[in-house]
Structure formats: structure tokens, C-alpha cells
Ligand binder design. Sequence first.
Ligand SMILES: Nc1ncnc2c1ncn2[C@@H]1O[C@H](COP(=O)(O)OP(=O)(O)OP(=O)(O)O)[C@@H](O)[C@H]1O
Ligand SMILES: [Mg+2]
Length: 428
Amino acid sequence: MKVVIELDTEELVRVSGPAKLHIVKGKVIVLGAILMPGDEVMVHGTRSYAVKCVDKCSIEVDIGDGASIERPQAKEEPLDSWISKVDELLDSGCRSFIVVGPVDAGKTSIAALIANRVIYRGGRVAIVDADVGQADIGPPACVSSATVDKYVFWLRELYAEKIRFIGSIVPQRFEKRIVGAVVDLVWEYRKEGIDHVVVDTDGWISGASALEYKAEMARYADIDAAICIGCEGILVDMFKSYFNALKCGAHLLASPKVKRTRDRDVRRLLRSEAYKRYLGQLHERIVELKTTPVLGTCLFSGRLFGADELKELTAILGVRVVAASETNDTINIVVEQYPRQQAIDELISKKAKHVYVRVVGDEVNVLAGIIGPNGKEEAIGIVKEIDYTNMKMKIVTPYQGEIKAVILGVIKLSDDMVESGRVQKCVI
Ligand SMILES: Nc1ncnc2c1ncn2[C@@H]1O[C@H](COP(=O)(O)OP(=O)(O)OP(=O)(O)O)[C@@H](O)[C@H]1O
Ligand SMILES: [Mg+2]
């Protein structure tokens, strides 16, 4: 259904998708972007935005099922305060930003708004998406990034030009990898001459360790300003303690009072769509495990056992051991069937090391990162099989170049790209 809304200068409406806006007359601001007659904005079914008129406006809105157009109450809408704070920071020379805040506060919207303000001023900007659970630019379980050269309203409109594989959709226990990935990407953009960078983060903010990991990300990436959206109470003090030392300091912005939120099922569906985007046109690849490192595993991080040692383990455990390795303090074993606990206990006391047992097939459908010849992630893929006798791994991926290494994650994907399981420690 199409409706035309007429807005006076300074008037605004809140549009919840699915909807398409077509500017017919006047000048309109959406997420900091200045839109002119002929310009169009898609509002996805999971999103809502404030649409503000700057100069006598007429907007044609194509509204889909479940969409709505409302007039926010006075003080309900923070758009002006968002724009004035971001403009003030840009005016004072701040170029890089980290956006933090609780789940659904509006972090990703602020990240897009900052990029749009830089574009409005004629600058170049990159966005680094560090939210591994609700990745919008690249696939989930990755930190990814893209340069933005035209107004953006939802980060899914962008396509990842750089990916760093994390392997998990929750940041806990993976903070080091995420910090490393963000720092790496931000500096790559600076080397390419793009100084305006925005880092969008996950909504994990409760507890000191949550803020500490984001503060470290900001510090090592040499970020100028931190913005906390929707921070209230004790979080305000914690945010200031962690981020005030940045060159342009720590700044608070209000979250919109009324907005679209996404439940767990919608988030899962959004992740599934994002996996599909980066796992189209799959090719089957065979990875030679004797020569290609596999990272993120227990088995391949140690000294691999020879045939005689495997026989000894088979005798102790009473089930066929197909591969095993040891590190300083662990023995990692892959078996055909799970052995009796008593047999495992016997092995632990004999070797005086922790013993991790995995069963052949545990690796099937695990999400993996593919490292190319320059040592960086080129794509993601899904492990289909490990043949321990011939030491080969079958993996499907869109990537067709040389595979220098593979890094295994802790998530499994079903054939239709829905998350079907999570691994506690390492998958093999
Ligand atoms: N000014 C606004 N008025 C109403 N809704 C808004 C406004 N700005 C953003 N929203 C909506 O609020 C919701 C949450 O915004 P956003 O995705 O930016 O938050 P987030 O903090 O990044 O969430 P997440 O924790 O999932 O990453 C979205 O549906 C977005 O469209
Ligand atoms: Mg977000």
C-alpha cells in the first residue's frame, strides 16, 4: 500500500518496516543522511527509523505487512541530539569512534549515522562490525568491515571487504581474537588512507570484563572517541572510567524510547541469512592435513602420535583410536566410539595429563575460516569430513584460491545454514 505523508519543516515521523521511502519534495534526514527528491530508503521489516523533514517535505511511503508510521511524542526522539554530538566530535577533529551499549540500544544505527555524517562532509569512512552474534556486514562469528561511499541505513546493505574469523557467536572466551581482529582492520584502513573508522560492538556490557575488553579494543586501535548509547546508572560511571582516557573522550547518547526489538528467533534467522550470503556457490575442497595447519583445535595443536602410540592407546581404551596428539599437559584423542570412563581414567593416571576424547564425525558441519596465501582470512567454509587415515579434510567454501591454513570455530551449521549446535571447547 502506498501513502504520501506531508511534513512541515522540523516535523518528524517514526517509520517501522517493511517500508520503502521515496522523497518527492523537500529535504529529509534519516540516520544523519540528507535526502533529496528522487532519493529512496528501504526500511527492513526488523527496523524502525526517525524520518525528519528539514524543508517542507512530501514523502511517498510504500508500506508492507506489519509496517507502521507514527508521530513520536515530544522528547521521545533523540535524532537531533545524535547528529549534534557526532557533528561536534567531527568538527573537533575526531576521526575514529567505538560505539558501545546494551542490546538493541541503537549502536548499529549510530554507527551508520556517524558514517553518513562523514559522507555528508565529503569524507571516506569504514565501518568495522565487531558484533560476532549479530553481524550485519559480514557473516556471523566474524569481525568484518567495509568502506562506505554512499549513505547507509542498515549495515546489511554493505558487503564485507575484509573478514577476520572468530569462530563463535558469543564474545566471551574469544575477546582476544576479537580485539586482535578489530585492531588489525582499523590499522589496515589507516594504512590505506581511510582515517574515519567506526567500530560497532556487541551488546555485552554487564560486568567489568565486558567493558574492559571493549576499552582494550579502543586503546590498541587508537580510537579517538567512545559513544555509549542507552547507558544508564552504574554503567555511566563504568563507561567513563574505561573510556575517558581516549583522545576525544567518552560520550553518552540516549536510546530511542520506542523502537523495534528483535527476539532470539528473529536474530537466529538474521544470522542464517548472513551465513547464506557468504556461503553461496560452494566448492568442495580437500585440505592436506600433513602440510596445511588447522588452527583452533585441540588435536592439531600438539605432537601427532605415530602408529605404535595409537595402538597402545587403542589397547588401553578398548576402542579404536584413529588419531591422537599430546601437548605439555593434554592428550587429545579421536576415537571410533566413546570409550568407558574407567578406561579414560586409567589413561589419565598412566600419562598424568588431561585427556580430551572426540569421536570421528564430531567435526562435521563445523564453521571454519579459510586463510589464504597472505595469511589473512579469505572466506568462511564448512567442514564436511576428516579422513584421519589419509590425513585429509573435506571442506566446502566459495573460496577457490590457495588454502594456507584453516581455523575451526565452535559452531555447527545445518545444510540450510541454521545453527545446529555449539561445541564447548574444541571440536577435535
Ligand atoms: N530513532 C529511532 N527511532 C526508533 N527506532 C529506532 C531509531 N533508531 C534506530 N531504531 C531501531 O532500534 C532498533 C535497534 O537499533 P540497532 O540495531 O541500531 O541497535 P543495536 O544496539 O545495534 O542492537 P544489537 O544489540 O542487536 O546490535 C532497530 O530496529 C532500529 O531500526
Ligand atoms: Mg547492532
